[in-house]
Ligand binder design. Structure first.
Ligand SMILES: Cc1cc2nc3c(=O)[nH]c(=O)nc-3n(C[C@H](O)[C@H](O)[C@H](O)COP(=O)(O)OP(=O)(O)OC[C@H]3O[C@@H](n4cnc5c(N)ncnc54)[C@H](O)[C@@H]3O)c2cc1C
Length: 417
């Protein structure tokens, strides 16, 4: 797919920065942390404002939970990406971007009354070691360094397009979603490969939007989704797809996608298909981490190991000023936006304490005895949820939350008013 690259200014300059707190990633975990710093230092203003630098390649908050519906419904997609210019609570002092319009809009909000000295970098962290980070602006080759006292790593995970869109601003994101809808609309047989929670919701949303199309959901195991959840839940989800007329291909592993879309299974069977959506993998956004940090802190599952305060910690190694929040954290829970918000707040509380010469004190709860829970959009758009062995279809509270794919529930925590 070709995406227009926005109106980036060639030769935009990246400059070296010093900041008290660097936040890598401005989604659920990163913004929950930013909002918590805002609250903390509003209550306890410092003689010299604490500087916070947010680095995020998107110019807004995208609700990954709503991705499956965005892909088939561009009008809905409109509601699932909130530009940072609409986060009126935050006042930006410095904006580094190759997009002059974005810079002008964000700097309009600059107010003396803000408790933080807030910088926004519209780009990515490229490398990060124990003392320094390097960033690169979107649409520019220009790179520069950031030195920091504390860092929160909240760069989450990416999936295959279009579940993780490529766009760095809202207008281009909407073009991507129109493009994905068109690809599906133009195909008679659409296949979703991988029935993890993401593949399940994608297949459900496609069948709801295009009831006359053949929708295949292909999975290498007999049941789905694969998370450690009650069998009764998995059975309910499966039945909902059968009732909705989605074609289930279970115990089938795809070896190859042919030109034109047909899929060849490892047993040699061919599944006819016109357009395929691969939902087989996700990967943590951690390429920027130095080899030394990777060796010391990556868990066998390629997540980052932390202590109960969310500080980077593994075996005998610990970096007390490095915090991790959200999907990157090695923890025995089903990864969720709820956990990302919770951890963002926790990391910010503990860093605030350290800045105020106190000990970090907010700890992760002991999750080992917690029942596993999930709520998922399944066949016919039903919301099927479970908490331990209890399964409910279309619990009214969840049905209401899923009108916005739960986006509304996070606004207060990320500081969107
Ligand atoms: C289809 C789907 C359905 C889901 N359904 C649910 C659900 O019903 N309930 C639920 O609670 N959770 C759900 N989740 C999971 C939820 O979306 C994640 O747990 C949550 O988004 C994690 O938040 P995060 O802030 O850790 O990371 P992310 O949301 O992944 O955000 C990471 C941010 O970091 C940025 N970034 C990446 N690399 C860099 C870099 N090098 N430098 C700077 N920034 C960087 C990215 O652009 C992104 O904005 C779903 C996910 C998907 C995909």
């Amino acid at each position: 797919m070709t995406i227009a690259i926005s109106n980036f200014e060639k030769g935009a300059r990246a400059i070296a920065l010093k900041t008290n707190i660097l936040i890598v990633g401005g989604s659920f975990a990163g913004l929950a942390a930013l909002n918590q710093f805002h609250k903390k230092f509003s209550k306890e203003p410092q003689e010299r404002k604490i500087s916070v630098t947010l680095v995020e390649p998107r110019a807004g908050l995208f609700n990954a939970l709503g991705a499956p519906r965005c892909i088939v419904n561009p009008e809905f997609a409109q509601t699932q990406y909130i530009p940072f210019t609409k986060f009126t609570k935050y006042s930006f002092n410095k904006v580094l971007t190759a997009d002059p319009r974005l810079k002008e809009e964000l700097l309009k909000s600059n107010s003396q009354g803000s408790p933080l000295e807030l910088n926004f970098i519209h780009g990515k962290i490229n490398s990060l070691n124990a003392t320094e980070a390097q960033y690169q602006l979107n649409g520019s080759d220009n790179k520069s360094n950031i030195s920091f006292d504390y860092v929160i790593l909240a760069s989450g995970r990416d999936r295959q397009w279009p579940v993780t869109p490529k766009a760095h601003d809202k207008a281009i994101f909407l073009d991507e979603m129109k493009d994905s809808r068109k690809k599906i609309a133009d195909s008679q047989i659409v296949s979703v490969i991988g029935a993890g929670a993401v593949g399940v919701e994608l297949a459900a949303d496609i069948k709801v939007e295009f009831p006359d199309k053949t929708v295949n959901l292909i999975h290498p195991h007999p049941t789905f989704p694969p998370e450690p959840l009650a069998e009764s839940f998995k059975e309910s989800v499966k039945k909902s797809f059968e009732d909705a007329g989605v074609k289930l291909h279970l115990n089938v592993r795809i070896a190859e996608e042919m030109e034109g879309g047909d899929l060849v299974a490892t047993n040699g069977d061919v599944i006819s298909s016109d357009f395929n959506l691969w939902c087989t993998a996700s990967r943590n956004n951690l390429d920027y981490l130095s080899d030394e940090l990777q060796t010391k802190f990556l868990s066998p599952k390629k997540n980052l190991s932390v202590n109960k305060y969310l500080q980077l910690s593994r075996d005998d190694n610990e970096l007390p000023n490095f915090y991790v929040a959200g999907d990157l954290v090695e923890i025995d829970v089903i990864k969720s936006a709820g956990w990302a918000l919770h951890m963002g707040i926790q990391a910010a509380d503990n860093i605030s304490n350290m800045i105020l010469n106190k000990e970090p004190e907010t700890t992760l709860p002991d999750v080992s005895l917690w029942p596993k829970k999930m709520a998922i959009v399944a066949g016919k758009g039903d919301i099927i949820s479970c908490r331990g062995p209890d399964v409910v279809i279309n619990e009214p509270r969840l049905v209401q939350e899923f009108v916005t794919y739960r986006f509304g529930s996070c606004f207060e925590i990320v500081g969107y008013e």
